[in-house]
Design a protein around this ligand. Structure first.
Ligand SMILES: C[S@@+](CC[C@H](N)C(=O)[O-])C[C@H]1O[C@@H](n2cnc3c(N)ncnc32)[C@H](O)[C@@H]1O
Length: 412
């Protein structure tokens, strides 16, 4: 076995070089493409010496930092003005960025190592596919948000977990987010206190929604939820709906009668113009208070509960329960920890998003991700009954469906 691996090494290297040169050969075969990515990543780790493991991990900040700097100072945009035959001179990158030679050289050396630039001749650089990926507006928005807002919070998690009940500096800052950003405000108050941050966070949310698979692919909205709906009936209430992107998704797939309502904090609702233009009604609503829209077909709550501790989640869910009729459905879209082990058939490989989201929830909100058993328990505490869990991405995003339990028939 081992002998055949060794004798096939040259062939393996040739194949890898071909994939690097012609990545498009796999563009129509998603499962092979992602399997090759996963395996080459694991091969790379399997071949590491301890010193290489150390190096890979100790420099993990750098892709985010160099991408942010390169976008801010126009290095990547300038790079795309050249190509392999006519690469961009270091002096031009220095001139357009306004940064000093040593810093630009270091950033460009990192890009070359990382595959986001090449240096065909000394001091001249050309773009790669990754350069263009990093300039995609959705990627820029997301990386900016993670560099400025969430990333630093990951970095303070250790300080918070190793300090006493009053936080690392005794000032009452409890979350890693509060410690790193030197604030006692909650995550959402802090976002709303600065328009740039606010726009950055919601830009990131929109970018993620635009590139990931959607829950509407696994819920036949009209068939399952809105059948026979009347004109004035509310078919969908999007609780903590942010920019209203999910209400707009429903608007796209929904062809029957009925209204769609999006609710959030005042500062967020104010900015949800796109949703209003799409015909969605918007409403200021604090989800810790009783839901004012009664008897809707569906109450929907996406990427909200992972930001709150159990007792708060129970309060949020219990605030919806009195509004729900016997046929109302509550849909929670969130990450489900351990979803791999609940999948029928081939068990999916471990993914990056589920643990990354769980750690971000802990760092930014002192909150947590949950397994489907945890969701069942939360719903029961709020007087609701979990009916189904439909996982719709291979990184653990799922629709958790619930309803009001039927009142017990009094047999006496
Ligand atoms: C992570 S975002 C998710 C937004 C949206 N559901 C989505 O999937 O894009 C969480 C949302 O909860 C909202 N939120 C936070 N506290 C709230 C409260 N007390 N009442 C209503 N909405 C709240 C935030 O303003 C934010 O828009």
């Amino acid at each position: 076995m081992k002998g055949s691996v060794a004798s096939d090494t040259a062939y393996f290297i040739e194949q890898l070089k071909l994939f690097i040169k012609y990545p498009e050969v796999l563009s129509n075969d998603e499962s092979h493409r992602s399997e090759i990515q996963r395996l080459t990543r694991l091969v790379s780790v399997a071949l590491e010496t301890p010193q290489e493991s150390m190096q890979r991990i100790m420099f993990t900040y750098l892709p985010l930092v160099t991408a942010r700097l390169s976008n801010e100072f126009g290095l990547l945009a300038t790079l795309t003005m050249g190509d392999d035959a006519n690469p961009v001179a270091l002096s031009d990158l220095i001139k357009t960025s306004g940064l000093d030679k040593s810093l630009v050289s270091a950033i460009m050396d990192y890009h070359c190592y990382h595959g986001s630039a090449i240096e065909p001749r000394q001091g001249f650089y050309a773009p790669t596919k990754l350069t263009h990926n990093l300039l995609d507006p959705k990627v820029v928005t997301t990386l900016t948000c993670w560099h400025d807002i969430v990333g630093p919070a990951y970095g303070s998690l250790h300080r918070v977990l190793t300090s006493g009940p009053n936080g690392p500096d005794g000032s009452g800052k409890k979350t890693a987010f509060q410690v790193t950003h030197n604030t006692t405000q909650s995550f959402y108050d802090w976002l709303e206190s600065n328009p740039e941050r606010h726009a950055s966070f919601y830009g990131y949310m929109a970018a993620v929604h635009a590139v990931t698979k959607k829950w509407v692919d696994v819920v036949q909205f009209d068939e399952e939820i809105a059948h026979n709906a009347h004109e004035n009936e509310v078919v969908f209430v999007d609780i903590g709906g942010g920019d209203g992107s999910q209400s707009i998704e429903v608007q796209k797939v929904h062809n029957l009668g009925g209204k769609i309502v999006m609710q959030d904090r005042a500062a967020v609702v104010e900015k949800a113009q796109k949703a209003r233009e799409a015909g969605v009604e918007t409403m200021v609503y604090d989800f810790f208070t009783e839901q004012p829209v009664k008897g809707a077909r569906a109450y929907f709550i996406q990427f909200v509960l992972l930001n709150w501790v159990d007792d708060d989640c129970v309060r949020i869910l219990a605030s919806q329960a009195p509004a729900m009729g016997p046929d109302s459905v509550l849909m929670i879209v969130d990450y489900v920890q351990g979803h791999r082990w609940e999948t029928k058939g081939k068990i999916p490989e471990p993914d990056l998003w589920t643990p990354a989201a769980a750690l971000a929830a802990r760092a930014c909100h002192e909150a947590q991700s949950r397994s489907s058993a945890d969701y069942r328990h939360l719903l029961e505490r709020a007087g609701l009954e979990m009916t189904e869990v439909r996982v719709f991405t291979n990184f653990g995003q799922a629709v958790i469906m619930a309803k009001k339990p039927k009142p017990a028939v009094d047999g006496s």
